[in-house]
Design a protein around this ligand. Structure first.
Ligand SMILES: CC(=O)N[C@H]1[C@@H](OP(=O)(O)OP(=O)(O)OC[C@H]2O[C@@H](n3ccc(=O)[nH]c3=O)[C@H](O)[C@@H]2O)O[C@H](CO)[C@@H](O)[C@@H]1O
Ligand SMILES: C=C(OP(=O)(O)O)C(=O)O
Length: 458
């Protein structure tokens, strides 16, 4: 099998330096209508946890529909550091964790990617020991891992946190975790996933109560079941896992990315364009579609897993409160804020998941938006227009929000901080260009780049 070709998006950034600012900028010339169909990639948040989940199997696992993202490349580096063999072929990834021999995930890699902490459950279940550095916080919040740790302790693991590393091990010679009942104080996606993976190889039955119900949790459960795990209830608030001694090889396709799909729905809405998206699972976007409708935008489910967005003539304000699934996703909050800046009236956006996820407000205000922040609440007063400006992306979804605002603004917007965008969007600018948007990435100091598009874009 040949090595995966480096896609243009990955070649623009250095995958080994997430914390470093990407020097390239995205120039966007707004007010160009979009048309056509966009292809939605595999879900980032499924791909990352399924890659960790593949460690549970002492054989080969094939993952299909793996998105080409910097985060996925980094997760691959972490698996390689644990002794796992990876082979890429386009969007197909073969993972051979037969020789998983290393229980220590390297700090330099873990510190770049929160999802890397997911390896703790499978390492513990397979090897009886795991040493994983604390992933640390990130731009959107402190993001502790106490629920993961408490759950693993309930499963019988000894856990010590020393020198910034979580050291978990199973006492005694049996080397199996013990099934138990775990109530999560909060339906954390990551903790549910960690505990579900750990429980697949445990001795006896584990019940996870107040579990997260996100589609990516269900995707992980389905992947584990395809490897022979016994899991029921994923997608509800109670997950029951009956431990088995080992898991076997499988071939599994990752679900489409509902957040990428939601971002393109907003791209259609904010540019007042009718576009279609495929493949999507409309049920995963219920809360997002309901909010688009209350703003005045229709979304039509068509055959072939397609969604068509039909923009309305008049957009009105709406209130949004981020909630665990099936509530409105925090990962769509920033993109909707861009849309609401251009919707008539006052919208109240309440971010309940992460304590620092409103940093895009200042940047949107630079573009002429009228947004005030009080604690975790943003009050967006709709304005008739946005104007292009230089802006800085502070996290993944903030970067998407600024690109969306740039598509609707008068004149040119220059987005910096693209290392965030590349973590989670596969070739966003290529997909937007195909729909007719005028934008280009330039590898240069924003002060020296031309403010007219290259001939290919005009
Ligand atoms: C790779 C991945 O799948 N990332 C997603 C995952 O992140 P992640 O799994 O980190 O999100 P969680 O659901 O765990 O976090 C939700 C809240 O719970 C808190 N918490 C979490 C765990 C814990 O042990 N203690 C604790 O206090 C967090 O700080 C946060 O305030 O779900 C989030 C919520 O939908 C999404 O925004 C992320 O895109
Ligand atoms: C917050 C996100 O991702 P992560 O949990 O990987 O930081 C996101 O996808 O918006």
């Amino acid at each position: 099998m040949e090595d995966r070709a480096i896609t243009p998006i990955l070649s623009l950034t250095n995958p080994s330096s997430s914390s470093e600012e990407d020097k390239s900028v995205l120039q966007i010339w707004g007010k160009h209508p979009l048309q056509g169909q966009v292809e939605i990639s595999g879900a980032k948040n499924s791909a990352l946890v399924l890659m960790a989940g593949a460690l549970l199997c002492a054989g080969d696992c094939r993952l299909r529909n793996v998105p080409s993202l910097v985060d996925v490349v980094r997760m691959g580096e972490i698996l390689s550091a644990l002794g796992v063999k990876l082979k890429w072929n386009g969007d197909v990834l073969d993972i051979d964790a037969r020789h998983l021999g290393q229980s220590q995930a390297p700090y330099e890699l873990v510190s770049q990617l929160r999802a890397s902490f997911f390896v703790i459950g499978p390492l513990l279940a397979r090897l009886g020991v795991a040493r994983v550095p604390l992933p640390g916080g990130c731009a959107i919040g402190a993001r502790p891992v106490d629920l993961h740790v408490r759950g693993l302790q309930a499963l019988g693991a000894e856990v010590q946190i020393e020198h910034g590393t979580v050291y978990a091990y199973i006492r005694g010679s049996h080397k199996r975790l013990q099934g138990t009942r775990i109530y999560l104080d909060f339906p954390s996606v990551g903790a549910t996933e960690t505990l579900m993976m750990a429980a697949t190889l445990a001795d006896g039955e584990t019940v996870i109560e107040n579990a997260a119900q996100e589609p990516e949790v269900v995707d992980l459960a389905n992947f584990c079941r395809a490897m022979g795990a016994k899991i029921r209830g994923a997608g509800t608030n109670t997950i029951v896992v009956s431990g088995v001694p080992s898991l076997h090889s499988t071939d599994y396709g990752i679900i489409p990315d509902r957040i990428e799909a939601g971002t393109f729905l907003v791209a259609g809405a904010i540019t007042r364009s009718e576009i279609t998206l495929a493949p999507v699972i409309p049920d995963h976007l219920t809360a997002v579609i309901a909010k688009l409708r209350s703003i005045g935008i229709d979304v039509i489910a068509e055959s072939g897993n397609r969604l068509r967005i039909v923009p309305g003539s008049h957009y009105k304000a709406t209130d949004i409160k981020t909630m665990p699934y099936p509530g409105f996703p925090t990962d769509m909050q920033a993109q909707f804020m861009s849309l609401l800046t251009l919707s008539e009236g006052n919208s109240v956006i309440t971010e309940t998941l992460f304590e620092n996820r409103l940093r895009h407000v200042a940047e949107l205000n630079r573009m002429g938006a009228n947004i005030r922040v009080k604690g975790n609440i943003a009050i967006v007063q709709g304005v008739p227009m946005l104007s292009g400006a230089p802006v800085l992306a502070t996290d993944l979804r903030a970067s998407a929000a600024l690109v969306l605002a740039g598509l609707a603004a008068e004149g040119m917007t220059t987005v910096r901080g693209l290392q965030h965008l590349d973590r989670g969007y596969e070739n966003l600018e290529g997909k937007l260009q195909k729909l007719g948007a005028k934008l280009q990435r330039v590898n240069a100091d924003p002060d020296t780049v031309s403010d007219t598009p290259t001939s290919a874009l005009t």
